[in-house]
Ligand binder design. Structure first.
Ligand code: GLN
Length: 475
């Protein structure tokens, strides 16, 4: 077994028994990156020297028989919209090229305290707007299972890097599905936590009321370890919630037989046959009680999400004016400098969202679009509240289709937006959900199963995911 292919919990055991050194893990991952990157393009920046220096510190502790954290010496890749002190952070946008943050995001600070090793910054759709990682200034990322296909997005670089062994785990961000959908396309585990559970301090904002950072890992156990590290209250994030930190590994319950499961009727109706077959195969094996649940406002999720997300994005992205960060294109006046900088700095999709958001927030249309979307948001939240009165967790496919071909949806924004149809509602409601591998399509491409729970039900979601992971592997 190559070290790059093992999950963190196994590597940790090998480290503390002195079977391997942290430096060997890093070298294994670096070798793999060098071999795969010309084909996959998952990384924007690589931090190999820093990584080796950091791993040596862990090796020093082990040599002195000092205790180490389960993530010490373990490589992690970081989506390039999370600020890392001294390491360029671009959001895959030309407008931020050359921006070197003077501080670490809270999640990065926490990882460094554990001795986790940052191996590089990963490719993404520009400003996390997209579902295929084709919208990056640094070129598309390819799916490691078949490079003719997209890895999903916007955290496509993070998920692809975990899938091919360019890292052991990764951090992504999820505003409407950007952790779960690429996790599903790349055959890895991806969790979008409850809004407020993980600090957003240092996450470059796309749509602040929906954005959450979350773990991307090789298995559910690693996901629990990583979530335990990054979650918890942060006074630097005013939307962070004061809940006690939980060790999710300790609460991974072996017995999940009492959990009541609902399957979302509307989420199976539009999904491709292959996808439905795979999920139903797993569901037919579970011992729990399964009931059908309806979410009556499901059809409004996509328009609601794209109005709220674009409105917030248009406001958040106003700060890129050529003065404070990255790119600046000189002009004859202040206004022309703004125009030139933003015209050159932003890509097509980001411009589309800024225009859409500015329009729906404008005086004449605010009530008709933004305000209406906020009202529908309440209806969507209520659908979930009603469902969770009857059941503990909901199951659905993560994506209505298997991975699609590079270029297939790039010229049709609506078609691209529809690939988030099963994930955006979770961000609209602010609840948590995980995507775990669930078999292959007829073409041999990965498929994912989504498990959704009420606020702060991460422990239940992870326990059930742990159980399903074993079941799916045995099928
Ligand atoms: N694909 C969705 C979008 O384009 C979601 C992106 C995300 O979660 N960051 O907005």
């Amino acid at each position: 077994m190559k070290l790059y292919s093992l999950p963190a919990h196994k590597l940790h055991k090998m480290l503390i028994s002195k079977e391997i050194k942290a430096e060997e893990i890093i070298n294994s991952v670096i070798e793999r990156i060098e071999e795969q990157e010309p084909k996959i393009n998952a990384f924007i920046t690589k931090t190999f020297d820093m990584a080796l220096a950091c791993a040596k510190k862990t090796d020093g502790l082990i040599a002195k028989n000092e205790p180490i954290h389960p993530l010490a010496g373990i490589p992690i890749s970081i989506k390039d919209n999370i600020c890392t002190e001294g390491i360029e952070t671009t959001c895959a946008s030309r407008i931020l090229q050359g921006f070197i943050p003077p501080y670490d995001a809270t999640v990065i600070k926490k990882l460094k305290e554990c001795g986790t090793v940052i191996i590089g910054k990963t490719n993404m759709d520009e400003f996390a707007m997209g579902s295929s990682t084709e919208r990056s200034y640094f070129g598309p990322t390819k799916n490691p299972h078949n490079p003719d296909y997209v890895p999903g997005g916007s955290s496509g670089g993070s998920c692809a890097s975990v899938a091919y062994g360019g890292t052991i785990c990764s951090l992504g961000s999820d505003t409407g599905g950007s952790i779960r959908q690429p996790a599903s396309f790349c055959n890895v585990v991806g969790l979008k936590p409850t809004y407020g559970l993980v600090s957003r301090y240092g996450l470059i904002a796309f749509a602040s009321s929906l954005d959450q950072i979350g773990p991307i890992t090789k298995d559910v156990e690693d996901c629990a370890i990583l979530l335990s590290v990054i979650s918890g209250f942060d006074p630097y994030d005013s939307t962070s919630i004061e809940v006690d930190a939980i060790d999710y590994i300790k609460v991974l319950k072996p017995d999940v037989s009492k959990i009541k499961i609902g399957i979302i009727k509307e989420y199976f109706d539009g999904a491709e046959k292959d996808v439905v077959r795979c999920i139903m195969d797993v569901i037919s094996q579970i011992e729990q009680e399964v009931v059908e649940i309806s979410l009556p406002h499901a059809e409004y999720c996509i328009p609601t999400y794209y109005i709220i997300a674009s409105s917030e994005a248009s406001s958040n992205l106003a700060r890129y004016d050529g003065v404070q960060y990255g790119l600046r294109e000189e002009g004859e006046s202040l206004l022309s400098m703004y125009k030139k900088t933003r015209s050159k700095g932003f890509g097509q999709e980001v411009k589309r969202r800024i225009m859409l958001g500015t329009y729906s927030l404008s005086a004449g249309y605010y009530d008709a679009y933004y305000l209406k979307a906020k009202k529908v948001q309440t209806l969507i939240k209520n659908d979930f509240d009603e469902a969770f009165k009857k059941i503990d967790l909901l199951i659905s496919p993560t994506s209505p289709t298997p991975p699609f071909k590079i270029g297939e949806k790039i010229d049709d924004p609506i078609l691209m937006y529809l690939s988030d149809i099963l994930t955006v509602s979770i961000n609209i409601a602010g609840i948590p959900a995980i995507s775990i591998p669930c078999g292959k399509s007829n073409d041999g491409l990965p498929l994912g199963l989504q498990i959704i729970g009420p606020y702060f039900s991460e422990a239940t979601i992870l326990s059930f995911a742990y159980y399903i992971e074993k079941l799916a592997k045995s099928l």
